[in-house]
Every structure is written in C-alpha cells, then in structure tokens.
Design a protein around this ligand. Structure first.
Ligand code: HEC
Length: 136
C-alpha cells in the first residue's frame, strides 16, 4: 500500500515535470527568439512591457483596444472577458499558477495580440510583457 502510493506520487511528479515550465524559462525562450528576430536585441524591458499592456491600439478590433480591456488595468487584480467571465490576475506575485505552459502562452499571445494590435506580437514584445508580469 505504502509503496504503491509512493509509485503514484513519483509518477505524478514525473508527468507534471515533463510539461511544467515557469516564467523564467519562458522569458529565456523568448530571449533566444528575440535575438534571432532582431540582431540588435539586448534585453527585455519592464517599461516597454507595461506600455504594451496598458496602451490603446487602433490597429486591432474596435471592442478590444488594449490588453486591459479584459485583463485589469492593475495586473494584480482580476479581469473580465467580453462575455463577463472572470479572468484571474496576470501578475505572477498574485497568481503563481500563471505561465506554466508554452503552448497556452503561445495560444493566448496569438489570439490576444491579433485582437488588440491587429497582428501577432513579436518575441521582444512577448518577453517585455512577461518581464512586466514577473515584476508586477
Ligand atoms: C478579449 C479579452 C482579452 C484581451 C483583450 C486580452 N486577453 Fe489575454 N487572455 C484572455 C483570456 C480569456 C485568457 C485565458 C484565461 C486565463 O488564462 O485566465 C487570456 C490569457 C492570456 C495569457 C496566458 C497566460 C497564462 O497563464 O499562460 C497571456 C500571455 C495573455 N492573455 C496576454 C495578453 C496580451 C499580451 C494582451 C494584449 C495584447 C491580452 N492578453 C489581451 C483574454 C484577453
């Protein structure tokens, strides 16, 4: 009994570890991409990330001018979808469950950048955004 519990616990640890990623690893991932995309890339910038998060764009969909349209203006607070569903805070300090999967992060960057900016975000923008969330 004890040993089968141990086996299951190890299995869980192993399988979650296969898919687990954290915010620092994501930022490293985007830094490698940003270097490839832009030869003069030096570092991610918290202020640029903050600006991307709160700025209003006119190039995207009319009803979603900004990331803050759905995510709260304060990333430590909850936000709301267009349909009124709660979106948990984006800041890692208040929501440690965030940024655990590259697949999820990529899916939502693609979708939300297209809605807000009218195009996909580049690796520098993604890294800036995550750097802001890491420090919020
Ligand atoms: C139309 C509403 C809406 C807008 C506008 C929006 N988001 Fe989101 N975002 C969501 C929803 C819904 C989710 C998925 C639910 C969740 O993770 O809580 C999400 C999730 C994310 C995630 C995944 C986080 C994780 O835990 O992996 C990222 C990254 C993200 N959004 C970035 C952005 C950025 C950058 C912008 C602005 C360019 C933006 N979002 C604008 C609704 C929106």
């Amino acid at each position: 009994m004890k040993s089968s519990f141990f086996f299951v616990a190890m299995l869980c640890l192993f399988t979650t570890d296969l898919y687990a990623i954290d915010l620092d690893a994501l930022i490293r991932h985007y830094a490698i991409k940003a270097e490839k995309e832009n030869p003069v890339f030096s570092n991610f910038d918290l202020e640029r990330g903050k600006n991307l998060y709160s700025r209003s764009f006119i190039s995207g969909k009319k009803d979603t001018p900004s990331c803050t349209t759905c995510h709260s203006t304060d990333p430590t607070q909850i936000g709301e979808t267009r349909a009124g569903k709660v979106i948990e805070p984006m800041a890692i300090s208040t929501n440690p469950e965030r940024y655990r999967s590259l697949k999820k992060v990529e899916k939502w960057f693609r979708r939300n950048c297209k809605s807000v900016l009218g195009r996909e975000c580049n690796a520098t923008e993604k890294g800036d955004f995550l750097t802001f969330m890491k420090n919020s």
